[in-house]
Design a binder for this molecule. Structure first.
Ligand code: ADP
Length: 288
């Protein structure tokens, strides 16, 4: 296992590089990573602009629509290091900024991902920012305007952001009842880009490039997704994402039957409601 290899050799995995084993020569090869991302609209141009102007960027869109992949791609393109924080309801400003820890007889300060990114000029990607606790939003305020500084209250210090620091956040506005919203006053601190599932032709291309699945199967998977996405009367909280299609294609490529692959990768993640599950499985069986 490659991960065991890192542990054994204490090799640090640097983002922007990939490492694999060449079976012929039995050596490990390190090469610059080529993240695959298929641009859908003007997002690359907008990212390049916000990067030059040091403006914070908000990516809005449903789960699995390529937001994180896009940020990874841009980090690679710009040769910048990327730190991603997947926010959840317990994510606090302390998790991002840093904390004191007890080490032997001493108390030492440990920078959190935000402080590291601010000091070193990395991209910080706050995935699902609306899920985080409100103090996270307060903590990033002074970084999202002309000040570009981070106040570390526990140290009583204010740090000026490195010129290359860039803040990117994502948010899923499509969630229905019960999910968190992002306040207008917060949204207005960001330049915002909308993401959605790509048009069918492009989605087929993504599936083929991402998984090397045959065109015919990719097309059928995209047809299924398009059909289910249009079934708004089912009232699904979230619909079929490109990510789910990628998973289904991988399973099919790996030898699982087409029907079962679609059942487990596409239908089951969508709902727990028995009747809807059955109806969707029947529909998919006809289409794959
Ligand atoms: P999000 O961050 O919006 O939840 P991801 O970026 O994790 O979604 O996308 C999920 C998966 O879908 C990716 O790992 C990739 O396989 C695929 N994907 C979605 N959109 C694209 C795209 N435009 N180009 C390449 N792959 C994509």
């Amino acid at each position: 296992m490659v991960s065991d290899f890192y542990k054994e050799k204490s090799i640090q995995l640097f983002q922007g590089f990939k490492l694999w084993k060449d079976s012929k020569t039995n050596t490990m090869i390190v090469a610059e990573k080529q993240t695959f991302y298929k641009a859908i609209g003007s997002e690359v141009e907008v990212f390049n602009q916000v990067n030059q102007l040091k403006l914070p960027l908000l990516l809005k869109g449903p789960t699995g629509s390529g937001k994180s992949r896009f940020v990874e791609f841009m980090a690679d393109q710009l040769h910048k290091k990327l730190i991603t924080v997947s926010c959840h309801e317990e994510t606090s400003s302390t998790d991002l900024i840093g904390r004191f820890i007890i080490k032997g007889a001493e108390t030492v300060w440990i920078d959190g991902p935000l402080a590291i990114a601010v000091k070193n000029g990395f991209i910080l990607y706050l995935d699902e920012i609306a899920e985080a606790r409100p103090d996270v939003i307060v903590a990033i305020h002074s970084l999202t305007d002309h000040r570009r500084e981070l106040f570390i209250d526990k140290l009583g210090e204010t740090i000026k952001a490195h010129p290359d620091f860039l803040l990117v956040a994502s948010f899923n506005p499509g969630y229905q009842k019960g999910f968190k919203e992002l306040k207008p006053s917060t949204r207005q601190r960001f330049v915002a880009l909308s993401f959605d599932y790509p048009e069918p032709k492009v989605e087929v291309e993504i599936l083929m490039k991402e998984t090397e699945v045959e065109k015919d199967i990719a097309q059928k998977l995209v047809n299924i997704a398009t059909k289910i996405r249009n079934l708004t009367e089912l009232g699904l909280t979230e619909t079929v994402s490109t990510r789910l299609l990628v998973d289904a294609a991988k399973l099919i490529n790996n030898g699982l039957s087409k029907r079962l692959s679609v059942h487990v990768a596409v239908v089951e993640p969508l709902t727990d409601e028995p009747e809807t599950l059955e109806a969707l499985k029947d529909l998919c069986d006809l289409m794959i």
